[in-house]
Design a protein around this ligand. Structure first.
Ligand code: ARG
Length: 423
């Protein structure tokens, strides 16, 4: 009955694939359970060929030969592994650094920055391999589906998308059963439910299990990257980050390529327990979710960058930019990397960052990273002016009372008017 009164099936979005349209699928393949089950399931359900694409954004400890072999063993007609760390660092992390990009006061956006690149590469490789459809392993509850599908629909309008996890209604148990039935190896075994992890050069997130209980304090085993602060060395370490035009170029005076610099900063941060974040986050699809983040590199580089930027900017630039920084982070968080407002904002970020050259030294100690030294040829700072001693010249203390009288004029008048009203 209900079936007959319902309107004929229509797609909820123009870019979603209907069954008959799918002949060759580009699958964004991580090697994990979801996308491995998917690799097989797409072949069976759609009678389609699958090309697997795995992208290295600097996930620590991943063995890409194993991932590639697994994809081929599960029937992929081709399996590509691409090292995109450099592009990720240069075209995604650097703009984020220039924008001091933090969402919700705590999250440096590593996943949000990675997704538009991953999806852009999916479009490229789909075209190269003659695929008509892109498949990904995101659920219907997260931000990642938004970021990936918005990107594919923008850059590859001729391509369709399927997101099997969103529709297949298999829980972890069913997926494990399916994997067993089809001889799909389960990484780490099937006994315990793992955290849901996403990681790259710029950080790592853990979700699921006890993290979903807001009153449950972090268990030690969630920290697979950063040393817990209570176990970090008793001796602090000072690390100096050198910047040129807003781009980090050196650590402790040694010039490094970007990827290596970020990796090294991450290692140093890990050692000192830096960059642990326990975050309640407003997702773009409406949910509030808790994430545990480990962001050692971002904690060092973003802290140093913001410090240097404040030193070279005027009070007006500094106040104005933080509003734009917040807007930039929100657009990127919300999956709108390709939105022109983002590149408009980048033009401003670049203009300000043209002055952000110099060095900031941070003292790392048991989880904290605190600026202890700064220097820049562009600092709007003159110790002769700032000193408590009389400086003369540009700064006349005798002029201050006149300034105060005019600066406070409207506020004083308003105070008087309001208080006279009150009687
Ligand atoms: N909450 C973060 C974000 O939306 C991290 C998401 C991690 N993604 C994942 N598939 N585990 O960007």
């Amino acid at each position: 009955m209900a079936e007959q009164t319902r309107t004929p099936h229509t797609r909820t979005a123009s870019y979603l694939a209907e069954r008959g349209e799918v002949a060759r699928v580009l699958l964004l393949y991580s090697g994990g359970l979801d996308t491995s089950v998917m690799l097989k399931w797409i072949q069976d359900e759609y009678e389609a060929e699958v090309v697997a694409l795995t992208i290295n954004l600097g996930q620590p400890g991943e063995d890409y030969d194993v991932v590639r072999g697994k994809a081929l063993a599960l029937g992929a007609v081709a399996a590509e592994v691409v090292d995109a760390r450099e592009e990720f660092a240069r075209d995604f992390i650097v703009p984020a650094i220039k924008a001091n990009a933090i969402y919700g006061l705590a999250y440096p956006l590593f996943t949000a920055l990675g997704r538009p690149l991953i999806a852009k590469m999916a479009v490229d490789y789909a075209r190269r391999h003659g695929c008509d459809t892109v498949a990904h392993g995101c659920t219907g509850k997260g931000n990642d589906q938004v970021r990936i599908e918005a990107t594919v629909a923008t850059l590859g309008p001729e391509l369709k998308v399927i997101a099997p996890v969103r529709g297949w209604q298999m829980g972890r148990e069913e997926e494990i059963a399916y994997a067993r039935q089809h001889g799909i190896p389960i990484k780490g075994g099937a006994e315990h439910t793992p955290y849901s992890i996403d990681d790259n050069l710029w950080g790592r997130s853990s979700e699921g299990r006890w993290i979903e209980q807001l009153d449950h304090a972090p268990e030690d085993d969630v920290f697979q990257l950063v040393t817990r602060p209570e176990e970090a060395p008793d001796e602090p370490q000072v690390v100096t980050v050198g910047f040129e035009r807003g781009v980090p170029v050196a650590l402790d005076g040694e010039r490094l390529e970007l990827v290596e610099l970020l990796e090294r900063a991450g290692e140093i941060g890990c050692r000192h327990g830096v960059g642990i974040v326990d975050h309640i986050e407003d997702r773009i699809v409406g949910l509030k979710v808790r994430d545990i983040y480990e962001v050692p590199a971002a904690a060092i580089i973003l802290t140093a960058h913001a410090e240097l930027e404040r030193l070279v900017g005027t009070i007006h630039q500094n106040q104005f930019k933080s509003d734009l920084d917040r807007k930039w982070a929100y657009l990127v968080y919300a999956g709108l990397w390709w939105e022109p407002l983002r590149s408009d904002l980048d033009a401003y970020m670049d203009a300000v960052n043209a002055q952000v050259t110099g060095e900031v030294a941070l003292k790392l100690y048991k989880g904290s990273a605190r600026a202890v030294r700064r220097s820049s040829p562009n600092a709007i700072y003159d110790p002769a002016l700032a000193t408590f001693a009389e400086s003369g010249g540009l700064f006349s203390q005798q002029a201050s009372p006149g300034f105060i009288e005019l600066w406070s004029l409207q506020s004083r008048m308003a105070w008087r008017v309001r208080h006279e009203e009150e009687g």
